[in-house]
Design a protein around this ligand. Structure first.
Ligand code: NAD
Length: 310
């Protein structure tokens, strides 16, 4: 029987041929997001109302969208963060949800490490200075032999640990749900408390999901425990960090610098105070936006949707 599906992620269409190979064997009517933007709640309410399945990016799938989607049987996440989907309501309505596990792990980890270098050597500012005719040099710090504190030791956190170990960094991690003792030993990682990470790490990098427990896990209290020379890198979700508290910490020298790939509102408002700070750098949610990760996310999310629907 023919199934109607909606595909929302903008970058999906860059590697759509990877999905066509999978979709060609099934009777599908495909609705594509051609707006070039993440869909609004109103658009999701309308577009999801008569579909059997969705491949979704960051577009909102809250309780109203789900309850209004009367035929919906399956949501295939194009990526790994499920915070835009009301999982309780999906479960209540019997809607299956799967994520593209591992598809973007390496890309996000590489960006996190890239941001370590960008912060520690002031690369963005140095580039702007020279282009503006200023031969200014701000002194940097080395990464080797420094401590990296990884909060969230899942797929991406572990990939960061692997890369950081190659850079000769000492690795600490906090993850209350990770207990693979053999792997921890093999990776030479010290699993510890969040407090020890805050107090000792030179680079703190966030790789945990956004949920009620983790919302604003980095706030004025946690920032005040960090070293004045420490850097914070957030490639996970904007809401994990209290942005007002981060602004105060950066402005008042409580920490040395921060980099974010993600914001609570994307794109951030031009008036966002963080944007004016020299010790704050940002990228436009490009963690998973590589050719390789895109191809893997398209293939995995297409395969997951088909497996859930047929
Ligand atoms: P994952 O599920 O493999 O790992 C998440 C880890 O966080 C798990 O090990 C879990 O036990 C741990 N965790 C849960 N609650 C925690 C808590 N309170 N404190 C510490 N650890 C906790 O997911 P992943 O593939 O590593 O992705 C991590 C996050 O990165 C995703 O949830 C997503 O929000 C974000 N992400 C961002 C981008 C991007 O484009 N910037 C791309 C992919 C993923």
């Amino acid at each position: 029987m023919k199934k109607k599906i909606l595909i929302t992620p903008k970058s999906f269409f860059r590697a759509k041929d990877k999905a066509d190979e999978i979709f060609s064997q099934y009777d599908l009517e495909i609705v594509e997001n051609n707006t070039g933007k993440t869909l609004t709640k109103q658009q999701m309410l309308e577009l999801c109302s008569d579909v059997d399945g969705v491949i979704v990016g960051l577009d909102p799938m809250d309780k109203e969208v789900l309850r209004n989607a009367r035929k919906l049987k399956a949501i295939s996440k194009y990526g790994v963060g499920l915070d835009n989907i009301d999982l309780n309501v999906a479960q209540e309505l019997g809607i299956k949800v799967r994520r593209a596990e591992g598809a973007n792990t390496r890309s996000v980890a590489e960006l996190a490490i890239g941001l370590f270098f960008a912060l520690s050597r002031n690369i963005p500012k140095a580039v702007i200075n020279v282009k503006d005719g200023r031969w200014d040099r701000a002194i940097g710090t080395e990464i080797g032999a420094k401590i990296v504190g990884i909060i969230g030791f899942g797929a991406i956190g572990r990939e960061v640990a692997k890369m950081a170990s190659g850079l000769d960094m000492e690795i600490m991690a906090y993850d209350p749900y990770f207990n693979d003792i053999e792997l921890i030993k093999a990776m030479n990682v010290k699993m510890t408390s969040i407090d020890e990470i805050l107090e000792k790490a030179d680079f703190i990098t966030l790789h945990l999901p956004l949920n009620e427990e983790t919302n604003k896990i980095i706030n004025s209290k946690t920032l005040s425990k960090m070293k004045q020379t420490a850097y914070l890198v957030n490639t996970a979700r904007g809401e994990l960090v209290d942005e007002d508290a981060l602004y105060n910490a950066l402005k008042n020298g409580i920490i040395a610098g921060a980099a974010q790939d993600v914001f609570s509102h994307e794109p951030p408002d031009k008036q966002n105070k963080l944007l004016a700070l020299d010790n704050f750098i940002l990228t436009p949610h490009i963690g998973a936006y590589t050719k390789e990760a895109t191809e893997r996310m398209v293939a995995t999310s297409a395969k997951n949707l088909i497996e859930m629907l047929f």
